[in-house]
Design a protein around this ligand. Structure first.
Ligand SMILES: C[S@@+](CC[C@H](N)C(=O)[O-])C[C@H]1O[C@@H](n2cnc3c(N)ncnc32)[C@H](O)[C@@H]1O
Length: 194
């Protein structure tokens, strides 16, 4: 399992292949199609938080979490430089409690960064963080490489994890992200069911 210092070292060394230096086109797709509208939103495992900056600029009430200190500091500085507001918290999300539930969660390369043995716990967190009809904007990483991170988030495995009693699945949306040959994302909107 990767520790806080493992993640921090990746940022210090600059070995952050997942960071495209700007917000993911998938986020822009959810926004432009108006499926994601200003609301209280959580971005777990936000990294440098390019998505957080866009959401804050558009008036979302954003809370962003990351275990590694460097990206949290980078994001706080970027927000301050742009005179934007978001709550950025350096924490292990497995040890964090939300003060209030969220209308939406933007999940991007956070699940796939976790050992599959932790996925059940993470799904329970996502479910618990959302309001009764909260929405999970899910980018599920697909990779043909062994091991991880990123770990392959096979859609059948995701359907077993995010079960239909708890989550109403959309059809697959077309990913807007161009990836390397052996990595891409499958994107879905999952609505919490009671
Ligand atoms: C693959 S990176 C993705 C970062 C960001 N979502 C992006 O797309 O640029 C995974 C991120 O999750 C963070 N992370 C991993 N485990 C975590 C945990 N238990 N609690 C909070 N953040 C965690 C890492 O520090 C890292 O920034």
């Amino acid at each position: 399992m990767k520790s806080k210092s493992d993640w921090e070292n990746r940022y210090l060394e600059g070995t952050t292949g997942w960071d495209r230096g700007e917000a993911s086109p998938n986020l822009l797709y959810w926004l432009e199609s108006k499926q994601l509208k200003p609301c209280r939103i959580l971005v777990p495992g936000c990294g440098n938080g390019h998505e957080v900056l866009i959401l804050a600029k558009l008036g979302f009430d954003v809370v962003a979490l990351d275990i590694a200190p460097s990206p949290v500091a980078n994001l706080k500085k970027a927000l301050s430089d742009k005179q934007l507001n978001a709550e950025v918290i350096q924490t292990d999300f497995f040890a964090w409690n939300a003060e209030k539930p969220f209308d939406a969660i933007y999940e991007q390369t956070s699940l796939c960064a976790l050992e599959p043995s932790l996925w059940k716990n993470y799904e329970a967190l996502l479910y618990g963080w959302l309001t009764e009809s909260g929405k999970l904007f899910a980018q599920f990483m697909q990779t043909t490489e062994e091991g991880g991170p990123p770990f392959h988030c096979d859609v059948a495995a995701m359907r077993d994890l995010f079960i239909s009693d708890r989550w109403q699945w959309s059809d697959e949306h077309e990913t807007q992200v161009i990836h390397s040959e052996n990595k891409h994302e499958k994107i879905y909107l999952l609505e919490k069911q009671l």
